[in-house]
Write a new protein. Structure first.
Lengths: 291, 210
């Protein structure tokens, strides 16, 4: 295979991984942007989504329906957590939110281990996407990777359009821009908080389920994705939706290409990139909240 | 390795521990022209590698052997993935000579033991036996002469301690994925066994001399 084909493959493979990161990071950045909560329980939503999806798959035998059900159930759980726990801490010191969400993460991960055990679980791509890899220019790419890019791309584009073009999106943007001013002009942010928490948790769950055929499903699945997602949110700018999408793709591709040329640097390069951005542009490449 | 196996090493590629993406390693393996890949991965990394290698069609072009596997890897793979690969382990519960330990373990825990359970059991039993035979002394100096060159078979046969570095000399089983064995917990079939000091780095080679 030529170098150009290898690089193209690295970019496509990196993009498929990056889009999974984007789904997780989008929820994180929306929740932070709107509620100013750094949600450490977000990784647990990812894990929970993967495990619940497997249970739904056992029940229904339908991959797509299971993905939707996992997203909806975890979304409702996120909503309930926001209503019963997180809302009590709005305006409080960040340490309380950190302790609460970190505790929730441990609790949810523990519940997964108690229910499903520590062992890795089987989750395969749907039969429709298990065929031979497809040629993309000089590269060949597994069908599931192509699906991941297309499906998550449509999902992310839909969220982007909803935020840019709808009244609700306008309210979300207003809340992210200036929470107090939005409330002063009569915007009821408490309902929007609920919705964003549900959407963020649901996206995390979908990401967890879709990760399964690629990464396997273990109780630590969400933790791994969460750490990289935090890096993406920091690089893209806390609360910046466009920045999160672009930096998610960048990190996925950076990891994939570094892994090809300098494998031992593939993991550190992500954190080096974050450190450089923090030093040069502390608000993130695309600016922070409100940018 | 090449001189001992009559094999030509076509290349070597590293992957970061805990990596999510193995696409570049898969590409390099494909480009190498090798007949087989030895994957020195464990646990979740092995699962991710095999899933991605099978979906990329690599197993249609070459054999893949994952150096250390067990049921925890097997049960996370689909029938197609499991049926496409080979594995290796220093313990597998169906091996000859491991029946008593495996039966006891299954009775107590409910599922077959993994290699780490067997290793932990061996180490514990050896330490307790050494202390017992040394009148209850737990001093290193007292235990040391006892275990050097000692042979034992708590969880598997043909096991001993090597005196120059106190490493366990163990069997090594070559395994083949067994898609039909998921119901019985036999995710792997033993197709050959080797092991012993012949497959270990010598103490001269590692520089260890206790």
């Amino acid at each position: 295979m030529s170098l150009a084909a290898n690089i193209l493959e690295g970019i496509i493979y990196g993009a498929s991984l990056g889009m999974l990161y984007v789904l997780v990071a989008l929820g994180l950045t929306l929740i932070f942007g709107l509620m100013e909560v750094v949600n450490f329980a977000h990784g647990a939503f990812v894990t929970l989504g993967a495990y619940l999806g497997i249970s739904f798959l056992d029940l229904t035998g339908n991959f797509w329906l299971s993905m939707v059900l996992a997203g909806v159930v975890v979304g409702v759980l996120g909503l309930a957590i926001e209503r019963t726990l997180i809302r009590r801490l709005y305006g409080e010191e960040p340490i309380y939110q950190l302790l609460l969400t970190f505790g929730l993460a441990l609790l949810l991960e523990g519940a997964v281990i108690l229910t499903y055990g520590q062992d890795n679980q089987l989750l395969s791509a749907p039969a429709l996407l298990q065929g031979s890899p497809v040629p993309v220019g000089p590269a060949t790419v597994p069908q599931y990777r192509v699906f991941l890019i297309l499906f998550t791309g449509v999902l992310v584009a839909g969220i982007w359009l909803a935020i840019q073009r709808t009244k609700l999106g306008l309210i979300v943007k207003a809340g992210i821009e200036d929470r107090e001013r939005a409330q002063m002009i009569g915007v009821r942010l408490s309902r929007v908080n609920m919705l964003i928490m549900a959407v963020g948790a649901g996206l995390a769950a979908v990401s967890g389920f879709l990760s399964g055929p690629l990464l396997g499903v273990s109780p630590q699945l969400g933790t791994g994705l969460l750490i990289v997602s935090f890096v993406i949110v920091v690089i893209g700018g806390l609360g910046n939706i466009r920045g999160t999408i672009i930096s998610g793709l960048m990190i996925g591709i950076l990891f994939s290409l570094t892994s090809f040329f300098y494998p031992s640097l593939a993991n550190p390069v992500i954190y080096v990139a974050m450190a450089v951005v923090l030093l040069v542009r502390p608000e993130g490449l695309f600016g922070g909240v409100g940018s | 390795m090449e001189s001992e196996t009559d094999a030509d090493m076509m290349g070597r590629v590293l992957a970061p521990l805990g990596a999510d993406d193995y696409s570049t390693q898969i590409s390099k393996a494909r480009d190498s022209g090798a007949d087989a890949v030895w994957a020195a991965t464990v646990g979740a990394d092995s699962i991710k590698l095999v899933k991605q290698a099978v979906s990329a069609g690599l197993t249609d072009e070459m054999e893949i052997l994952v150096g250390v596997v067990g049921n925890s890897v097997g049960e996370a793979l689909s029938d197609e993935e499991l049926g496409s690969i080979y594995g290796g382990a220093n313990f597998y519960w169906t091996a000859e000579g491991s029946g008593d330990f495996s039966d006891e373990f299954r009775n107590d825990v409910g599922n077959p033991p993994e290699w780490w359970a067997a290793s932990a059991f061996d180490a514990t039993m050896e330490a307790l036996t050494a202390v017992d035979e040394n009148d209850g002394s737990v001093a290193n100096a007292d235990i040391r002469p006892y275990i050097e060159e000692r042979e034992f078979s708590w969880s598997r046969p043909d096991t001993s301690w090597r005196s120059c570095d106190h490493r366990a000399v163990q069997p090594y089983y070559l395994l083949e994925g067994n898609p039909s064995g998921s119901d019985s917990g036999e995710y792997w079939s033993i197709i050959d066994d080797t092991g012993g000091e012949a497959i270990m780095r010598s103490c001269e080679n590692t520089g260890c001399g206790l």
